[in-house]
Design a protein around this ligand. Structure first.
Ligand code: ADP
Ligand code: MG
Length: 387
């Protein structure tokens, strides 16, 4: 679960990490009022679940309350990478001498939480990682010992960060304590600002919580905001589907996460690109398949659907019935390639006989077919909205 910057900062503040004072505004007038209250320069920041807001015009300084109102009205409603800004954080501006990066992620290879530090903060850390990997230092943390202050101080020096060593080290130690305490999967401060006076302040924060551990934090699960998530992901989760929006053009529906992952790989291998991951789970009945198609086909990127079902506790004829209902109701008008095998396979084929649905004996044949039916290869995507 992704948190907004203001929520992430609230959590970091609980662990003693200094953050600039700030409040959330839903309207430009509210932003003006908060700026009046603070009485000095503020920064207006779009609260959306994506990074790179600065570059997209979602972070602006305002010297006066009136300017705060103006900037907030420019940012509210702004679409940043598909996320519409519905609220802004109005925070006191901090004086910046240096912008650093500090992040924690779970590294599956070392099976440790890894601390990443860079003195090249402020900008996209992915860009730094791609162009100057040597500018980021990485350190796996021993889970039994945690991040110890002396360790943090050594790493800060190694990263070439300048500033009050104890203050910097304390932020890192608290960031680690927060990460473990709230069961995060990512916790990042970028920029970690050093002010001209030598203070250390988290000017931006990103936290992703581990959904599987949310049951241990009932207070945190209320931070989930349905309207900030991708609308199709919300709809899919209401139906109980595992759905992830991807950036291709072939809708993929399957039963079982492993089979769906395999199907995504196959589509890629034969020159296609999946528009989504959707797992209908085990034992799905016709209505589940129908709902899955409804979700997938609402995505305007989808030019065709690949349904890959391994019949076990899921009966293939139930799947066929769901597909037929979607066709009869005019929801399913795009090309479909289907591969069903196993329980009630013959019944499914009989039900679909005479329908414009292509059934394939193997996954690879179905993958090739749907790629070619939707224009074939990468060029199909680059021709864009011709559907
Ligand atoms: P994003 O990472 O989404 O672009 P940030 O919060 O990191 O958004 O803001 C981008 C830049 O705006 C920062 O690198 C920093 O230079 C500036 N900035 C952000 N918050 C403040 C603040 N409270 N005071 C002064 N400058 C800020
Ligand atoms: Mg940032």
């Amino acid at each position: 679960m992704n948190l907004h910057e203001y929520q992430a900062k609230e959590l970091l503040a609980r662990y003693g990490i200094p953050v600039p004072p700030g409040k959330v505004a839903y309207t430009a007038d509210e932003a003006k009022q908060i700026a009046t209250e603070y009485g000095n320069t503020v920064v207006i920041k779009a609260q959306v679940h994506t990074g790179g807001r600065g570059k997209a015009g979602g972070v602006k300084l305002a010297k006066t309350p009136e300017e705060a109102r103006e900037k907030a009205s420019q940012i509210l409603g702004l679409n940043i990478k598909g996320f519409v800004t519905r609220k802004v954080l109005v925070a006191k501006a901090v004086d910046i001498a240096k912008e650093y990066y500090a992040g924690l992620i779970l590294d599956r290879v070392t099976q440790r939480v890894v601390l990443m530090l860079s003195k090249e903060g402020g900008v996209d850390i992915e860009e730094v990682a791609a162009t100057k990997p040597y500018a980021i230092i990485k350190h796996p943390i021993d889970p039994h010992k945690g991040l110890r202050p002396f360790e943090a101080r050594e790493l800060i020096k190694k990263a070439g960060m300048e500033g009050n060593l104890n203050k910097l080290a304390s932020v890192l130690v608290q960031l680690y304590n927060a990460y473990v305490g709230i069961d995060a999967s990512i916790a990042e401060i970028n920029p970690l600002v050093i002010t001209p006076a030598g203070d250390v302040v988290a000017a931006d924060a990103k936290i992703v919580l581990d959904d599987n551990a949310l049951y241990r934090h009932p207070d945190l699960s209320t931070l989930r905001e349905v309207d900030a998530e991708h609308p199709l992901e919300v709809e899919a989760s209401n139906y109980g589907f595992s759905y992830v929006k991807l950036d291709g053009w072939i809708g993929v529906i399957g039963n079982g996460a492993g089979l769906v992952m395999y199907t995504l790989d196959l589509v890629n291998r034969v020159g296609g690109k999946a528009a989504n991951f959707l797992d209908i789970g085990g034992g799905a009945k016709a209505d589940v398949v129908y709902n899955a198609l409804k979700v997938v086909l609402k995505d305007p990127d989808v030019k065709g659907v690949f349904i890959n079902i391994f019949g076990g506790i899921t009966r293939a004829d139930e799947v066929a019935k769901g597909v037929i209902r979607a066709m009869d109701e005019g929801i399913l008008t795009k090309p479909v390639a289907m591969r069903v095998a196993g329980t009630a396979e013959e019944e499914a084929k009989a039900l679909l006989k005479g329908r414009p649905i292509y059934m394939y004996p193997t996954s690879i044949e179905a993958a090739k077919a749907i790629v070619s039916m939707t224009g074939g290869g990468a060029s199909a995507h680059s021709t864009g909205g011709a559907q």
